[in-house]
Design a protein around this ligand. Structure first.
Ligand code: ARG
Length: 593
């Protein structure tokens, strides 16, 4: 369906034309003075210079052309030259009815279907997910869902950190502890054991121990560097041991992401492009892009317009080992070769911006990325704990994601038990769903690039701009709908109801319809700006206006069937819209709360 605002533009544009002015002046926007009018057009102001006329004269001429329009019920030209517009209840009701019966509420992707790779999550194997991993998972998942909804082909890749120095460190520590393992016996010819020589909790202790030792013990660090290099060069025992690290770690990561309702199409990692590196590097050298600097192979990326000096991109370290830049470069080539994407999006901590500037520029310069592939860094801000300080456990350690989530869930459980008579089992399920909504909405309602404070109290509140408020509103609608059906309500009459009764019931009724008409545009904006907060803002406004409507009219007690059916039809539509919104944000709604 054509977007509502487009239809308004066309109507007002045609009036400008009829009155003898350029139709492009007829751009309409939602009024920023809702106390005065619903929509506005400021085209007469820009027209004034063009036509050497007073803006009010232009506005009046256009208003006269619109006086018989069935799109607007009120049109006024006001000083100094604004057009104030109120939409006709008939017109908006018909549009909304059509939307509600259409697939995707009439949303159409008018551009070309793109292929988009989204790189998000970015966990490192052998390390548990901590609160720092929450944002890329939540934001990336939502951007993926929004892009898919907008009609694009989307590939989500977790891009595991599985190839750098941490791997060498783990090998080093294991070798100290269990030198007898066959992985360390160079003459070993047999099959390596099926079972990993550690559990996930051991692994999670081994890695920080090893990394700590590297900071204080030069000898140890040297060994770790050598082991990293040997692993990357293909030493058989190390490769087999590393496979075990991957196996144990990935199983644990999958379990954790599942709890977050986050999933990836690809579980690839830095290591997967390792075999592409030699040829890539050779070509960079042959083309004259890469040169040696203090032993390392680098590509200069500085540009004249840079405000500060940007260091070159290190493509190979002086010992010949690859690094974070190398694997990201090869990954770009891999994605180009295999998916031919229109865009690659990176949802990564904004503190990594320099790394991505270096990688993107190198990729362009060396022809690893096609000229028209958009490489986008979507840097997110830090999620801070109470008082704006980084999130830590009480003893100062990193807070595990699992711990944070179960704390929120416990709080939710208490709240639910307080308010409602629910079995422990139901309360537990509801608490899990609501807690996830609280966490995700709390995150996504902020612009991704901003830092924010994780305020448990506020995020879990049932009022205000929160996930639970949205769910509460949905549960309210669900309960009205099921009571309507229980009382023998006729659903076929609802499906053909005339929504105009809802539009005319009260101002809030019409507000709800106006909100609904903005859906397609919201989807386009959320997609183009990679901005899940657009979905939150849409849903929150709709929830507020819906709740005002709910408080102003009697629904089930309404005696006039035509009215009642219209209200129920609107409720059904609003619920479906909410369901779509929370699906895009990545959470669900319980039946009761
Ligand atoms: N593993 C990285 C980290 O923990 C994040 C990976 C982000 N994605 C990428 N292609 N570099 O910092």
């Amino acid at each position: 369906m054509k977007q509502f605002i487009e239809l308004l533009n066309e109507t007002v544009g045609a009036a400008f034309e009829k009155a003898g002015f350029d139709k492009e002046l007829g751009r309409v926007s939602v009024s920023n003075r809702p106390d005065l009018c619903e929509y506005q057009c400021n085209g007469a102001m820009s027209g004034a210079k063009l036509y050497h006329k007073k803006p009010i004269e232009i506005a009046e001429a256009v208003a006269a052309e619109l006086s018989n329009s069935d799109v607007f019920e009120k049109v006024s030209a006001v000083m100094p030259g604004f057009l104030n517009l109120d939409i006709s209840a008939r017109y908006i009701s018909d549009y909304v009815s059509k939307m509600l019966s259409d697939d995707k509420f009439g949303y159409e992707n008018t551009g070309k279907q793109q292929t988009i790779v989204i790189d998000y999550g970015g966990p490192n194997v052998a390390k548990p997910l901590h609160v720092g991993h929450l944002r890329p998972a939540i934001i990336g998942e939502s951007i993926k869902r929004i892009s898919r909804y907008a009609g694009h082909k989307v590939i989500g890749d977790v891009h595991l950190g599985d190839w750098g120095m941490p791997m060498g460190q783990i090998i080093t520590e294991l070798k100290e502890r269990k030198p007898e393992l066959p992985y360390f016996d160079d003459s070993f010819e047999g099959e390596y054991p099926e079972e990993a020589p550690f559990t996930i909790s051991e692994l999670e202790e081994i890695y920080p121990t090893a990394s700590g030792k590297c900071k204080t013990d030069e000898e140890y660090k040297k060994k770790a560097l050598q082991n990293t290099k040997d692993l990357q060069d293909g030493k058989k025992g190390y490769r087999a041991l590393w496979q075990q690290v991957l196996k144990v770690s990935v199983a644990d990561l999958k379990r954790n992401y599942e709890k977050l309702d986050v999933s990836f199409d690809l579980w690839m990692g830095e290591s997967d492009v390792d075999d592409m590196i030699p040829a890539m590097v050779e070509k960079m050298k042959a083309d004259g892009h890469a040169h040696l600097s203090e032993g390392a192979l680098v590509v200069d990326i500085a540009e004249e317009s840079d405000k500060k000096e940007l260091p070159p991109c290190i493509v190979l370290k002086s010992d010949g080992a690859s690094n974070y830049e190398t694997t990201d470069l090869a990954t770009i080539k891999y994605r180009e070769d295999n998916f031919d994407p229109d865009a690659i999006l990176y949802v990564v901590d904004k503190r990594q911006e320099l790394h991505f500037i270096q990688v993107f520029r190198t990729a362009r310069k060396c022809g690893l990325a096609k000229e028209n592939t958009s490489l986008e860094f979507i840097g997110f801000g830090t999620m801070n704990g109470p008082g704006g300080k980084p999130f830590k456990t009480r003893d100062g350690g990193v807070l595990r994601l699992e711990t944070l989530l179960s704390q929120i869930k416990e709080g939710m459980y208490e709240k639910i038990k307080e308010n409602k008579d629910m079995s422990d089992e139901d309360a537990d399920k509801t608490a899990a769903i609501t807690a996830l909504a609280a966490v995700k909405y709390g995150d996504l309602s902020n612009q991704a690039s901003k830092d924010y404070v994780f305020d448990t109290e506020r995020f879990t509140a049932f009022e205000g701009d929160t996930g639970p408020y949205l769910l509460y509103t949905m549960v309210r609608i669900k309960s009205i709908l099921s009571r309507f059906k229980e009382n023998g309500g006729d659903m076929s009459a609802v499906s053909s109801a005339d929504i105009i009764y809802a539009a005319n019931a009260c101002a809030a009724g019409k507000d709800v319809l106006k909100d609904i008409t903005g859906f397609s545009r919201m989807i386009d904006q959320a997609f183009e700006e990679r901005a899940p907060h657009r979905v939150c803002a849409f849903a929150y406004k709709l929830a507020n206006d819906f709740n005002s409507f709910y408080h102003e009219v009697k629904i089930l007690a309404e005696e006039d069937d035509a009215k009642k059916n219209a209200y129920i039809a609107l409720l059904e539509g609003v619920l479906k819209l909410f369901e779509t919104c929370i699906e895009l944000l990545g959470f669900e709604c319980p039946d009761k709360m």
